[in-house]
Design a protein around this ligand. Structure first.
Ligand SMILES: *Cc1c(COP(=O)(O)O)cnc(C)c1O
Length: 432
């Protein structure tokens, strides 16, 4: 297998792009080697510029839930393109997508579309503050909520407890209203409410997806919701990853909890830049033009992106692939655990619906600290062996693998063989 063309483009890209990527998660920093350059994709397969084809378990980090270039989505987007690209005025498609989204989430009467998950979350935080007239936000260590200043904390446990910025360029003032709690640890949340009376909201990934897959313990989210509301604060569910993916109504539907504000992204645009935040009327009425909380966007509700979102969600609802996702994830889990056992490798697997990932550790992972016990060197070896056997994974131990509804038995066989080869390689490699 050759990666010659990718390597060439990578070296070319370094001149005018930062690290030759437009998002650091695409760099192969933690697995070594050069990032792959992609030429095209169709269905479950993605093809790089050297002509190598892979079963794609990255799916653009989640959005491509139907697989790539679904016919109906392509048709809807092409049709929309013919009418123009952007108008700076309302279109009927915004109303259509808003209806689909609000019907999926019972706690949502109104929604505002933006262009990314980051934008959805930063607006939701502003909304929680506007609605409660309070400033502080509780977030959980290991949860990622986009790259806004206030939530770029708790990138590591040392920084976490001190509430220091997790990125250069984030002033301490920007995170002084951010409180850090531990996932699945209700006492760490209670302690913040005891110490502060100006907490506007708790933000959480209802299923963790950015420290690897981490599942909330039974009742945890319900307790958060009660605790928040009892103290005059709001529960903000960041469902940018899980919305329409865990179930059509997101992780909230599966886990039986209703957040006060919900953030969406990724699947909602089916590969086009769409984010959204929504809530009950009384909360959304704070947002301009109805209320005094300002939030705007030149390209927000872009007609082509809306068409992509409508077609994706309509098809997704029709397919209702959620039982299939559970079955496939379970099959992959068995492959992973059996291969690991066969080659005597410590492995722990978490999965939730169409999100799954193995941690190279014998610790059962329920929070960020436990995720960090993973052996990332083993993951790097495993990653490259998966690539060489035709499976494209996110190049990080701490990212979920995503399933699409297009996966076939043939694809699953490819995944199974690659996993076995990957584990064998892990067992036969040296780690200093
Ligand atoms: C991806 C993600 C974001 C950020 O979305 P972008 O579209 O990358 O800005 C926010 N929250 C969660 C939970 C995510 O997975």
């Amino acid at each position: 297998m050759s990666f010659k063309n990718s390597e060439k483009l990578y070296n070319k890209g370094l001149k005018n792009l930062v690290g030759a990527v437009n998002s650091p998660v695409r760099a192969f920093s933690s697995v070594g080697g050069n990032p792959l350059f992609i030429k095209k994709a169709k269905g479950t397969k993605i093809e790089d510029v050297d002509g190598n084809k892979y079963v794609d378990l990255v799916l653009s980090y989640g959005p491509m839930i139907l697989g790539h270039r679904h016919k109906k989505v392509q048709k809807a987007v092409t049709k929309s393109l013919k009418n123009g690209y952007s108008f700076g005025a309302s279109t009927v498609n915004e109303i259509k997508l808003a209806k689909i989204v609000c019907n999926a989430f019972p706690g949502m009467d109104k929604v505002r579309f933006v262009n990314s998950g980051t934008e959805a979350v930063l607006s939701a935080i502003r909304l929680a503050r506007a609605h409660t007239n309070k400033d502080k936000i509780i977030k959980f260590s290991g949860c990622y909520h986009g790259h806004q200043d206030a939530l770029l904390v708790a990138a590591g446990s040392g920084l976490a407890t001190l509430s220091l910025p997790g990125s250069k360029g984030v002033p301490e003032g920007a995170v002084k209203n951010t409180l850090i709690a531990n996932y699945n640890d209700i006492e760490s949340v209670k302690a913040h409410f005891e110490a502060h009376n100006d907490i506007a909201g708790i933000i959480i990934e209802p299923v963790g997806g950015n420290m690897g897959v981490v599942i909330p313990e039974e009742g945890f989210l319900q307790e958060l919701k009660e605790l928040a509301n009892k103290n005059g604060a709001l529960l903000i569910a960041d469902e940018v990853m899980t919305g329409f993916r865990s179930k059509f109504g997101g992780a909230q539907e599966v886990l039986g909890v209703e957040a006060d504000i919900t953030c969406l992204g990724k699947v909602i645009g089916g590969g086009f830049p769409v984010g959204a935040y929504g809530a009950r009327n009384e909360i959304m009425e704070n947002v301009a033009p109805l209320g005094g909380m300002y939030q705007a966007g030149t390209l927000s509700g872009n007609p082509v992106a809306m068409a992509g979102g409508i077609a994706t969600l309509t098809e997704l609802k029709k397919q209702n692939p959620y039982d299939k996702f559970n079955e496939i994830a379970q099959i992959i889990e068995v492959f992973l655990l059996e291969s690991a056992k066969k080659y005597d490798i410590a492995l722990s697997v978490n999965r939730f619906g169409s999100m799954i990932n193995p941690f190279f550790t014998d610790v059962k992972v329920t929070n960020f600290a436990e995720a960090q016990t993973s052996n990332t060197k083993k993951f790097a070896v495993f990653f490259w062996e998966m690539i060489k056997n035709g499976v494209f994974l996110p190049p990080s131990q701490f990212e979920a693998w995503f399933l699409s509804s297009a996966l076939s038995e043939k694809d699953i066989k490819i995944i199974a063989i690659a996993i076995d080869k990957g584990m064998k390689k892990v067992a036969n490699s040296n780690y200093e």
